[in-house]
Design a binder for this molecule. Structure first.
Ligand code: AMP
Ligand code: ZN
Ligand code: FE
Ligand code: FE
Length: 274
């Protein structure tokens, strides 16, 4: 694998729904000869300190990040914050609120499962997550572990997905609030995985809401899709980011280092912070 000046700026650890310990992820990135990575767990910065420390030990640049869920219209939309100050009070307040809502939702989903004759313990999932972000992936895993389903996707198809019997909408802050908080924490807000179907109106809407960059490099994006987003970012005057969205063993198709962002974009993103 070639590795000249490349970064992977979208990664998850087991502090949300990835499978790697933060330090383990950093060691793997080092082995894959990445020059920089960003740790971007869903609605939490719990992995940042451990990952940054391991990066310092190995001489690998680790950028503190977060991936916030928001709604654009009624579509679940993700905004990545890069270079955030992970001790910023407003950021911690926002993700604390999101975490509380996620815990409440987890309990509500287990109640709905119970009404459908399936017993899953919310307490066990919360204990195992040890304060990390919990979501439907954890529930899908619990269903699989107890033999109710045979795969994560079966859990979504039968119970957890939209219009299924145990679906519960997730509370999310508005995109404007996500971007404002990321910038006040000295970071840069990036529209995550805008999609291989290029919806320019949606991209523009989210840039109007405050996003200062978009992910042009993402698993499954053809060269043509990436080129289109690079051009669009240039036209709109925003930066470019991307990454593998690696979740470790939990989503094997999106693996660390399989999407590589040229380092020049990283310098540009840093200039857009705050
Ligand atoms: P949550 O934030 O709790 O609503 O969970 C959303 C996560 O569930 C997404 O990030 C996806 O990774 C995962 N997910 C959504 N739909 C499916 C599906 N059909 N199969 C597997 N994973 C899914
Ligand atoms: Zn995820
Ligand atoms: Fe995402
Ligand atoms: Fe992600």
């Amino acid at each position: 694998m070639t590795a000249d000046g490349c970064a992977d700026l979208h990664l998850h650890t087991n502090r949300s729904d990835g499978s790697y310990e933060p330090a383990e992820l950093v060691r793997l990135a080092h082995k894959l000869r990445l020059d920089a990575i960003a740790v971007t767990d869903h609605d939490t910065v719990a992995a940042v300190e451990e990952a940054v420390a391991e990066g310092e030990r190995l001489g690998l640049r680790v950028i503190p990040g977060v991936e916030l869920s928001t709604l654009y219209g009624d579509a679940d939309t993700h905004i990545v914050g890069l270079f955030v100050d992970h001790t910023n009070a407003e950021l911690l307040e926002l993700i604390g609120r999101a975490a509380e809502e996620r815990r409440r939702r987890l309990v509500r989903i287990t109640e709905l499962l119970s009404e459908n004759g399936i017993d899953v313990s919310a307490e066990e999932i919360l204990d195992e997550a040890a304060g990390g972000t919990v979501g439907r992936v954890h529930l899908a895993e619990a269903l699989m572990k107890q033999g109710t389903t045979n795969s994560i996707s079966e859990g979504f198809l039968r119970y957890l997905g939209k219009d299924r019997p145990a679906f519960v909408e997730k509370w999310s802050p508005a995109p404007e609030e996500c971007c404002r908080v990321i910038h006040r924490a000295n970071g840069v807000a990036v529209l995550a995985h805008p999609g291989d179907f290029i919806d320019e109106a949606k991209v523009k809407g989210l840039i109007d809401a405050g996003c200062r960059a978009l992910e042009a490099y993402y698993p499954g994006y053809s060269r043509a899709v990436t080129e289109t987003y690079l051009r669009l970012a240039g036209e709109l005057g925003v930066g470019v980011s991307g990454g593998s969205d690696c979740h470790g063993r939990r989503k094997k198709k999106r693996f660390l280092g399989t999407v590589r962002v040229p380092l020049e974009h990283l310098d540009d993103l840093e200039r857009r912070c705050g």
